[in-house]
Design a protein around this ligand. Sequence first.
Ligand SMILES: [Fe+2]
Length: 218
Amino acid sequence: MTQYRWESLGLFSVPLIKLKLDRSEEVRELFFSRVQNLSQAQTNTASNTDNLTHYHNDSNVFSTYPELSWLKRWIEESAGFVYHDLLNYKRSGAMKLVSAWFNLAQAGASQTKHAHANSLLSGTLYLNTDKETSITFYHPLTTGSLHNELFDQAVQKHNEHGLQYHFTQVEISVKQGECLFWPSRLAHGYSNNRTNNRLSFSFNLMPERLNSVYQILN
Ligand SMILES: [Fe+2]
């Protein structure tokens, strides 16, 4: 068998940043003591699909629950660290939340592959998990195209050379108190959730000033 002299250069990579929040239990308790009951009984902010309910995705969760103002501050400051310091977008303004909502999923629930529109940075804080809880991210080059292209399907296993360019999706485990940040255009989802009362808090952010393109009104 021919012995090749070869090397492999990884040109680009996709960021998924994980931060730890120490006060996640406070948010979890607030949800199960107030948000869940109030939303179902008195408000119209819950939208249901199979075993999956979103709370406050059409209202301002931080106006409704002012006791979460510290969480808003923490997310925006953490997002600034991620966006400016880690991802190097140093020319744009402070990061501002443009939407945020709770997700409560029961066993069997799925969230189909999707990405978040109209924002640059997205994230999810995990509030109720078990050892089965996970989320899957999809390789940007395999996520749809507006033009025809040839498409091949690689074997989805590590290869004998230690390379993994061929992975089209990566599933990662998540724990309570972990907060993930990723570029909003990155597709993600999960299927056949096995965690009862899987609870998370998702959000989208924009820099308040983006080059000279726009500025968020206060
Ligand atoms: Fe999402």
